[in-house]
Design a protein around this ligand. Structure first.
Ligand code: NOJ
Length: 554
């Protein structure tokens, strides 16, 4: 038995919330992108101390947990998703002491902390990789990555035809002539998970952060760790288009599940009801469900939901399919509309284009925001756990007009990739109406903020009736007060006009109008929350276009 089972108490001061077992089944989890949340030292870059100083804001917002994107030692070739040392905090974000203080303070406020784990690849500045390159062909350290001789007469061609998610070949040649695999940027070499040292290292990293008291891990590229034997050619060009449609030789291979079963055993040795959430892009929600079988991970992001248009029929189909896929494995559904890799939903919904289309203009901002607010209320009414990305509670749009010279997303420079323009959703968030970087910090901000950012700030919105921030606060408070919201694993659909979704859950009814016209619906009870003004006259109510309303029938 491990020492951790004997003394399972490192989860500091979570007493206030520890009694809520399985808290994650209906949790609202807030994603902090540390670079862009709050900057405590005025260097233009967010940091852990900045996050710590704003924890009371997150408690007051009413979320249950905070997921932090990577803050580890990293050359930042992919904004921290290229980790050079998994047990160190990058000086630009602070120190391990700051991480410890953040975890402790969060726990005292009743907030849980989930950290990002990046096991598919390291940075090319990771000690193992640097030594693997320096030692040359035959170095045992090369076996911890995927090094291969090239094809062609002089090895001048990559070992296979795989393409990087960020565009271009997934292989880079080192000066001695061998090639290494990187599914993302060349600065992110993929680990070889068949090598025992890789598994040992990650089990130790898990324990390191569990001993620090974190409440869970978001697993980056959880679907990518295992590659098909022999790294077979894909035999197709434009491979990005295939992603999400099929099992690829480098994604969603069945072998990944054995890794997660092992990790689950480690997690279960620890006290405190801690969790794993998978970032697993799979062809179908049914395949996503494999990651959350009872002896594997707890949650997986629902990218099918994130990819759905603001359209009642499409939404209903994906909601049903998600719930049907999760029920047999006993895992909660999850719902998400925005994150640091996609165009913010207030801007996506200002257009009618599919996710992945490069959006380069703001579109109809008023419409986008109206739909975004309605979409959020719909999401928060569904059974399961929901993810909120920093700034969406302010209704922030994507910054679509960043000058090319300030962009940092490696996908942009390789001319393709996840949504192409990820910097637009990563612009530091505004806290105050005026002042240097709108209260983000005392200096500038690593990406320029738009001129009107102050009007969208926390200061401008808090206490302002009808503001998006107050809508989120009211909705999250209602979700806490009404156990039917978030709980369970099914919705009871009610008859509704075309383009309108209506469902009941216990004493609660949610109606979402995805059409551009107002509709008349039954007045189901008392209005709890609405994303725009709803007029009730006796037994009927007028639901404006692109609006969601929550009713209580109690
Ligand atoms: C998914 C992360 O969310 C994204 O930001 C990153 O670029 C890739 N994984 C590679 O780590």
């Amino acid at each position: 038995m491990s020492q951790h089972s004997a003394d399972p108490a490192p989860n500091t001061a979570l007493a206030t919330v520890a009694s809520h077992r399985d808290w994650w089944r209906d949790a609202v989890i807030y994603q902090v992108y540390p670079r862009s949340f709050a900057d405590s030292n005025g260097d233009g870059m967010g940091d852990l101390e900045g996050v710590r100083s704003r924890l009371p804001y997150l408690r007051d917002l009413g979320v249950d947990a905070v997921w932090l994107s990577p803050f580890y030692a990293s050359p930042q070739a992919d904004a921290g998703y290229d980790v050079a040392d998994y047990r160190a905090v990058d000086p630009m974000f602070g120190s391990l002491l700051d991480a410890d203080a953040l975890i402790r303070d969060a726990h005292e406020l009743g907030l849980r902390i989930i950290v990002d784990l990046v096991p598919n690849h390291s940075s090319d500045q990771h000690e193992w990789f640097k030594r693997a390159v320096a030692e040359g062909p035959g170095s045992p350290l090369r076996d911890r990555y995927h090094f291969r001789p090239g094809k062609g007469e002089n090895g001048e061609l990559p070992p296979n035809d795989w393409e990087s998610i960020f565009g271009g070949p997934a292989w880079t040649r080192v000066p001695d002539g061998e090639w290494y695999l990187h599914l993302f940027a060349p600065e992110q070499p993929d680990f070889n998970w068949n090598h025992p040292a890789v598994g040992d290292e990650f089990r130790s990293i898990l324990r390191f952060w569990l001993d620090m008291g974190v409440d869970g891990f978001r697993i980056d590229v959880a679907h990518g760790l295992v590659k098909a034997d022999g790294l077979p050619d894909l035999g197709a060009r434009d491979q990005l288009k295939l992603l999400g449609n099929d099992v690829m030789p480098f994604f969603d291979q069945d072998g990944v599940h054995e890794i997660y079963r092992e990790w689950r055993r480690i997690l279960d040795e620890y006290s405190g009801d801690r969790i794993f959430v998978a970032e697993a892009w799979t062809p179908t929600i049914e395949r996503t469900a494999n990651y959350v079988r009872p002896d594997e991970l707890h949650q997986a992001f629902n990218f099918q939901y994130l990819s759905t248009h603001w359209d009642a029929a499409e939404l209903r189909a994906v909601i049903d399919r998600t719930l049907d896929a999760m029920r047999p494995v006993g895992a909660p559904a999850t719902w998400v509309l925005s994150n640091h890799d996609v165009t913010r939903h207030a801007t996506r919904f200002a257009h009618d284009t599919a996710l992945g289309t490069q959006i380069r203009d703001a579109g109809d901002r008023e419409l986008g925001l109206k739909r975004a607010r309605a979409a959020t209320l719909l999401m928060l009414a569904l059974p399961g756990s929901a993810y909120v990305y920093q700034g969406e509670e302010l209704g922030l749009p994507d910054v679509v007009d960043l000058p090319d010279e300030v962009r940092q997303d490696p996908a942009y420079f390789r001319g393709a990739g996840q949504d192409g323009f990820r910097d637009g959703c990563r612009v530091p968030i505004p806290w105050t109406r005026t002042g240097a970087s709108y209260g983000f910090g005392s200096g500038g901000s690593w990406l320029p903020q738009p001129e009107n950012w102050g009007e969208l700030s926390v200061e401008a919105q808090q206490g302002a009736p009808g503001s998006t921030l107050e809508l989120y606060r009211t909705a999250l408070a209602a979700r806490r007060a009404h156990p039917d919201l978030g709980a369970g694993e099914a919705v009871e659909w009610l008859k509704a006009p075309e383009g309108v979704l209506a469902f009941r859950r216990g004493d609660f009814v949610c109606v979402a109008n995805t059409t551009g016209e107002a509709v008349t619906i039954p007045a189901y009870g008392r209005v709890l929350v609405a994303s725009a003004e709803v007029t009730v006259a006796e037994a009927e109510a007028k639901l404006p276009s692109d609006t969601t309303v929550w009713w209580t029938t109690a």
